[in-house]
Design a binder for this molecule. Structure first.
Ligand SMILES: [Zn+2]
Ligand SMILES: [Zn+2]
Length: 245
């Protein structure tokens, strides 16, 4: 079956995420956008994933729990997991690696933990946008330990990206594919180090109006998070289908 997907979305738990990006409203917006497969990837936390998965299920979406991890090199990596316990386990592994800095809600905004009915459960007190004490070469192996997969986020961006901070794509990092931001320059694809690297485009929405309409599709043998992760690990560029505009 051919399913549209967006696997990089933030909720109000991300310090830079809009307060209106509650898990419930984000799931509703994804359904309105015509998406089939979605993932919640807040910065360095999976704290709102349970609420998002429940809300997404009500809308008939296939939702994966995840996290946008910031590595020691200040590179953002999208990490996705097959189920909530795996994501919670990964979250517990990352939490002690975060810098011991409290969030400053007045400056960065509150980091809201929500349930799936728009109720605030609390605020995450640790600052979530710092760099975790984990190297980029360790991430693929660590996510695999939890049954998940990982790929570098928005590699074309001038900050917090693999190409901006490391300068090149190294196959030894063992990432199965790369994420481009929606407005990535076409010339980027001419880079020799990206030759043959599978690429997908996610919205990286921090606000509800940044959720993009369905525009890219994957073919899955079955509708399950494990099938999504397997697809991400094995897809070639010819397996990514784009809507013609
Ligand atoms: Zn990012
Ligand atoms: Zn992001």
């Amino acid at each position: 079956m051919r399913l549209s997907f967006d696997l990089h979305l933030h909720s109000c738990l991300s310090p830079c995420g809009g307060a209106e990006n509650t898990p419930a409203d984000l799931a509703a917006m994804c359904a309105l956008a015509g998406l089939d497969v979605v993932a919640l990837t807040d910065h360095n936390t999976a704290g709102n994933c349970g609420a998002f998965l429940r809300a997404a299920e009500r809308h008939g979406l296939l939702a994966l729990p995840g996290m946008e991890l910031t590595t020691r090199e200040e590179v953002h990596i999208v990490c996705l997991f097959p189920d909530l316990p795996s994501a919670v386990g990964f979250d517990a592994r990352i939490k002690p690696l975060l810098p011991p800095i409290p969030n400053n809600p007045g400056f960065f905004g509150p980091q809201l933990l929500m349930d799936d009915t728009d109720r605030i459960l609390g605020e995450e007190s640790a600052f979530l946008a710092g760099a975790a004490e984990i190297g980029i070469y360790e991430v693929a192996g660590l996510t695999a330990q939890y049954g998940g997969t990982a790929f570098p986020a928005h590699i074309d961006r001038p900050s917090f990206s693999l190409l901006s901070n490391l300068g090149f794509w190294d196959a030894n990092m063992n990432f199965p594919l790369a994420e481009l931001s929606p407005h990535s320059p076409p010339a980027l694809l001419l880079r020799p180090d990206l030759s043959g690297v599978t690429r997908i485009t996610n919205s990286d929405a921090h606000y509800l109006d940044q959720v993009m309409d369905a525009h890219q599709y994957m073919d899955l043998p079955q509708r399950s998070p494990k099938a999504v992760i397997h697809w991400l690990k094995t897809a070639k560029n010819s397996d990514v289908f784009f809507r013609r505009t």
